[in-house]
Design a protein. Structure first.
Length: 345
């Protein structure tokens, strides 16, 4: 078997299975034999789609049967437990059994988190997983975590998220000294609620981490922080708001430019700039968000992922594996001197 073996949840996503299969094929076209893909889902659907795009006999593809799937509206944990043959469960099982090294899914986020947590378990010493989402700011991008995996957190959890976010920013985003901050309602020491103030106490004396303290919402997109730490409830609200604001601002600008002829001409002349700006905001460029902390690799794509997003999401799985992010998380805990934060409280 050549290439990094990755399990792909073919049945997950608004445009599954066609968009997922097309994205998997695009990943092989773009990255050659870097990846070996297990396509997990209903064999007849996968076979028909592969045949239609001329990829049925591709040597880097293998079909794995999963007769069931978890819908977007299903209760995540109940579905994970009651549907053992669902595509996300079968895909994660491939990682658990070490046939695959990672999994990509654009399906039910809670199901992907729950299945990974229950089957892969956590890395040594870590308590809860977190979703690390990369978002754009004025000068590049930043990492927001947790974006929805762990809604109810302890201060201990937030401290661990900070460690994982710091390592992710260093290894994947190549930041030498990422600025790590806790999302709060003020920058002053003591601002925030019990959760954030206790997490602040745990992180303020960590000399080898560039912890800058509390950050407010307006700091995120101004480029003043590289790693933003919060609980999964707040993080998911920030993520969903930012996605819709970007869409709405684009529509509002378009409506305004169409009001006068000269503005229309200006928009036409600026078409290249608008295209590049749109690409900076396009989530398909990233492909998905890693679920950090689990003892395996899982990237969760947006529910409306198109083939391009799927291709980039699969590549994101490969990058996490090739960069040894999980090993770095475990190893760097000692470097950070945060062993006391891991394990029992």
């Amino acid at each position: 078997m050549a290439g990094i073996p990755i399990a792909v949840d073919i049945m997950g996503g608004d445009y599954a299975p066609e968009a997922i299969i097309q994205g998997a094929a695009a990943a092989l076209d773009s990255f050659g034999d870097a990846y070996y893909l297990f396509l997990v889902g209903k064999p007849e659907l996968i076979t028909d789609s592969l045949r239609s795009i001329g990829k049925l006999d591709h040597p880097q593809l293998e079909i794995v049967e999963a007769p069931d799937h978890i819908a977007m509206g299903d209760h995540p944990i109940n579905a994970v437990r009651n549907k053992p043959k669902a595509s996300i469960n079968v895909a994660v099982d491939l990682v658990k059994k070490k046939r695959a090294r990672g999994v990509f899914s654009a399906g039910n986020t809670g199901a992907a988190v729950g299945s990974s947590y229950l089957k892969m378990h956590m890395l040594p010493g870590l308590e809860r997983p977190c979703i690390a989402t990369v978002l754009p700011h004025e000068h590049g991008n930043f990492v927001l975590l947790d974006a929805g995996a762990t809604v109810d957190c302890s201060a201990h959890n937030l401290a661990q998220f900070a460690v994982m976010g710091d390592i992710y920013a260093r290894t994947v985003l190549k930041r030498k000294e990422p600025r790590v901050g806790i999302l709060s309602n003020g920058t002053e020491v003591g601002k925030g609620n019990y959760l954030t103030t206790e997490a602040f106490k745990l992180l303020r004396d960590v000399e080898s981490m560039n912890f800058i303290g509390n950050v407010e919402g307006h700091h995120l997109f101004a480029g003043e922080v590289d790693v933003v730490v919060c609980d999964g409830f707040l993080g998911n609200v920030v993520l969903k708001c930012s996605e819709q604001i970007a869409k709405s601002m684009g529509q509002m600008l378009k409506q305004q430019l169409m009001k006068k002829l000269f503005w229309k001409l200006g928009a036409l002349l600026s078409r290249g700039a608008f295209k590049e700006f749109k690409q900076r905001l396009d989530p398909t460029e990233v492909g998905g968000a890693p679920l950090l902390g689990v003892n395996g690799t899982c990237v969760i794509g947006h529910g409306n992922s198109n083939p391009k997003a799927v291709k980039n999401g699969i590549h994101a799985v490969g990058e996490l594996i090739s960069q040894d992010v999980n090993d770095a998380i475990v190893e760097q805990i000692h470097h950070y001197g945060l062993d006391n934060l891991l394990g029992t409280r």
